[in-house]
Write a protein that binds this ligand. Structure first.
Ligand code: MG
Length: 288
């Protein structure tokens, strides 16, 4: 099942539910929010109720929708840094793969949905792309083990961890450079975990204006999905709807010669096999 959130353009109403061929089945009357939805889809005891609601609920035509992040207001958005060897190699900040996952956070307001505009802020011109596999938690999880960690994943999404490199480097703390308003993206939807046979065998490709800039397999993750969930669930309780971006491969803009920065009109696509294609175009921050 593909779970999505969108604004119904004619009415301005936010709808969420399951994407089918010709529309979005609006489940916002059947469940409280997107976190409850992914939790119910993930739990075999409640999945039949959602399947029945999908059959019974109204469909909103896709051409009346503007996509929002599929999980628009998660309790947690965590991101893993330097988690592919070729990205470690191109980094001038570290010389070896970290022993533990590098974890930082993003604010929900830093993300837009598929097709929406990414915003290059007036405070910086070093706007960079990072294509990543995003995982969405499906069940409340604390102290996951090697054996059960993958069972916590409710689904997968495409994630663009857009970064203002100068602001990332002001201090040792990444957050400001990673949380500019509307500087990243997630979507178009969450593909539920039952549809992905092996999440460590997905192909991730990032294109800018049609040119391939990053191309990798999730088999190359240094800290794999199991390790990430074990680590994060040791310090916090992961809850349904929480999002973890799992790291970006080599090929980011700042490490290129010459460097590549996103500018107004740049089109960024994050394409993950079996998950989808997240595409966004950059605009400049409007003058206040
Ligand atoms: Mg990243």
């Amino acid at each position: 099942m593909r779970l999505a959130t969108a604004r119904h353009t004619p009415s301005g109403r936010v709808v969420f539910g399951a994407v089918v061929d010709d529309g979005l089945v609006d489940l916002s009357a059947a469940v409280t929010d997107q976190s409850e939805l992914i939790s119910m889809v993930h739990d075999p005891a409640t999945r039949p109720a959602i399947d029945a609601a999908v059959e019974a609920s109204a469909r909103v035509p896709l051409d009346e929708l503007t996509w929002l992040p599929p999980m628009p207001n998660p309790r947690r958005i965590m991101c893993v840094g330097t988690n592919y060897a070729d990205h470690v190699a191109e980094s001038d900040r570290i010389s070896a793969a970290p022993d533990h996952p590098v974890i930082f956070t993003r604010f929900p307001s830093s993300l837009v949905g598929h097709g929406d505009d990414l915003v290059r802020p007036s405070a910086s011109t070093s706007f960079d792309y990072e294509g990543e596999l995003g995982i969405v938690i499906g069940q409340t999880t604390r102290h996951a083990t090697q054996a059960d960690a993958l069972g916590a994943i409710g689904g997968f999404t495409c994630f663009m961890d857009g970064t203002l490199r100068d602001w990332q480097r002001h201090t040792s703390q990444f957050l400001p450079g990673k949380s500019f308003e509307r500087s990243g993206a997630m979507g178009p939807w969450v593909v539920t975990a039952d549809e992905i046979a092996d999440p460590h065998a997905l192909t991730l490709t990032t294109r800018v204006d049609g040119e391939v800039m990053q191309h990798a397999s999730t088999s190359q993750l240094i800290h794999d999905l199991t390790a990430i969930i074990v680590y994060c669930s040791t310090f916090t309780t992961l809850e349904p709807g929480d999002v973890i971006a799992t790291g970006t491969p080599g090929g980011v803009g700042y490490a290129r010669d010459p460097q590549v920065w996103l500018v107004p009109g740049s089109r960024v696509e994050v394409d993950i096999s079996g998950v989808g294609v997240l595409a966004n175009t950059v605009v400049d921050e409007p003058t206040p």
